[in-house]
Design a protein around this ligand. Sequence first.
Ligand SMILES: *Cc1c(COP(=O)(O)O)cnc(C)c1O
Length: 378
Amino acid sequence: MEFIDLKSQYQASRDLINGRIQAVLDHGHYIMGPEVAELEERLARYTGASHCITVASGTEALLIALMALGVGRGDEVITTPFTFIATAEAIVLLGATPVFVDIDPVTCNIAPGLIEEKITARTRAIIPVSLYGQPADMDEINAIALRHGLTVIEDAAQSFGATYRGRRSCNLSRIGCTSFFPSKPLGCYGDGGALFTSDDTLAKAMREIRVHGQSKRYVHSRIGVGGRMDTLQCAILLAKLELFDWELQQRQRAASAYDTLLLGKDAQVRPVGRQADRTSVHAQYTVIVEQRGALQAALHRAGIPTAVHYPLPIHRQPAYAALSAADACPISVEMAGKVMSLPMGPYLSTSSAQQVAAALLDAADVTRRHPEPVTLPE
Ligand SMILES: *Cc1c(COP(=O)(O)O)cnc(C)c1O
């Protein structure tokens, strides 16, 4: 069993993808070719945002968003420590300080009720992460930002396609950032990402920063980066978009199968909670468990791959600990020791989900009766 089955996905769209790639090879505009604007137009329309700016990766999107806001040395940016490192990395690269706010123990998204006490005169922005594909509490976070004159940047790297109170992720705050890393819900075949905004001034700034701060050819009106997304990757996404809504339905089917099999079945296996006013695209299907090492080992023996997103919160990472000594975030620390993601994706069959759930519940039962520590195989 694959953790995320990208091969079946390619087979499902093979002709469309090959055709789109061939078209780029034929016209030869490898950088900023026509597929770039075509994709940006399609994605903007999909999310409802006025502007989409494709960039080299999700990390680059976060960096460009913060650069467009002028975030730099001495500034503070509030975010969650329970995320992929890139969320905080972009802040630190600009000389600003990440201020970590703990998460909700049910959804694992940033806890809005803990944000306001961390706002200081230096705070410039808030970066909630829509973790595992489920939007964060964006209305509450936007309301806090409005009261304090801050910008909210949604890190929607895992949630492209999700909805929140009738709107799409990436279009839930002033700026949305997403990633097209191959294993993300909408993935290309290399690195890619995008920024979304309905603010014309910010969009212009982000477009310029993407290409070395260039306002006209060889006129650099601001400091920028080399942050373009390749035409070939945009072409691949245009092909993959044809099946994207169907794939979201399939992700929902697989998640519902897991829900039916796991919810309320074992006190030691608790799926991450989901909220009724939003949909998740299930970038991961993650459960909160006791004795994770033993469960992972048992599933591994049964031929079932698992992953941990994420085993160490950012404020405990060696390179980041000194930056954030004041941020304890005990729930993030606890969840880092308990979360486990199961095989997931549009091509995960219902019978595979049944096999995973049965093996998991069985392993939980065994470890309850024999709670000695088991070491994880390499
Ligand atoms: C994947 C991811 C990123 C970074 O995206 P890349 O395209 O890999 O640079 C940022 N934040 C989160 C939450 C992610 O999952």
